[in-house]
Write a protein that binds this ligand. Structure first.
Ligand code: SF4
Ligand code: SF4
Ligand code: SF4
Length: 263
């Protein structure tokens, strides 16, 4: 067991989000004590009010940058951290926060707040890596506890955390699930990065894409499958945008295929 001084200093921070990814770490009840034996967790507001000014060996950041103050905070965390990890969909793809992208932000603010003159917000949501250097990303809304442990183990033992550059369908088929597409459902599994263990299709729900696009996602063929199943234009656009509205390449392919201006 490492001594207190030799343990890496680890911090968790949250920008705009629901804090569900930090909660997922807290939910690792049985493994948490073991994990704490190997790290010096100095900042984790889900479990402690203790604060630590840094520097940090590893800093996990969940949430999206939605205003200038958060952008300054993210840059400060980057400067203080040897390794910065984007945690969850809000941080890696913009997640549901990016649904505002492409909309008139002033109209949106007004429809939510009425008099919105005091609301300071950026018009677009981008993944954290668009603002600062991100060393690693853990996807998902929320992240998966077992992927978090696998990642931390690799990091602490000097290994390179594995990247799952294949689709959710692979995990789904390995579980011998019956494909929901055959039953008429619209599933984003073929174009979504694996890592969740096919969480949704395994319990009868189609994938909504929260792990982000798999590299070289074949968007065209996915849309063709959706349209063969009678999906309307609206449904296709909503489904693709749900977690990935800020994924430029993904949206470009969708826009090209559907021949639309607004995305
Ligand atoms: S990725 Fe999902 S669960 Fe995680 S903080 Fe964002 S909204 Fe919450
Ligand atoms: S249910 Fe979805 S994830 Fe599973 S094999 Fe079919 S398309 Fe792929
Ligand atoms: S199946 Fe799709 S929507 Fe469900 S957790 Fe996995 S990536 Fe996210």
């Amino acid at each position: 067991m490492p001594t207190e001084k030799s343990k890496p200093v680890v911090a968790f921070y949250g920008l705009t989000c629901c804090a569900g990814c930090q909660l997922e770490v807290l939910n690792l009840e049985e493994e948490l004590l073991e994990i704490l034996g190997h790290i010096n967790l100095v900042q984790f507001r889900m479990g402690s009010s203790a604060k630590h000014p840094g520097p940090y060996d590893v800093c996990f950041v969940e949430g999206s940058v939605t205003n200038e103050a958060e952008l300054a905070h993210l840059k400060e965390l980057r400067e203080k951290s040897k390794v910065l990890v984007a945690l969850g969909a809000c941080a890696t793809t913009g997640g549901v926060n990016a649904l505002r992208n492409g909309r008139n932000i002033e109209e949106l603010k007004q429809s939510v707040y009425g008099d919105a003159s005091h609301v300071r917000t950026l018009p677009q949501i981008q993944p954290l890596k668009e603002y600062v250097k991100v060393d690693y990303e853990l996807q998902g809304c929320p992240i998966a506890g077992d992927e978090f442990i696998e990642f931390l183990t690799a990091l602490l033992t000097g290994g390179e955390p594995s990247e799952k550059n294949y689709a959710v369908c692979v995990e789904c088929r390995l579980k011998e699930n019956i494909c929901l597409m055959k039953e008429g459902e619209l599933c984003l599994g073929p174009i979504t990065r694996a890592g969740c263990g096919a969480r949704c299709p395994s319990v009868g729900f189609p994938c909504e894409g929260c792990w982000g696009p798999v590299p070289q996602a074949n968007v065209e063929s996915e849309i063709n499958m959706f349209s063969q199943k009678g999906a309307s234009f609206d449904v296709v656009v909503r489904k693709f945008r749900m977690f990935n509205a800020s994924m430029e390449d993904f949206m470009k392919q969708l826009k090209k295929r559907l021949d639309i201006e607004w995305l």
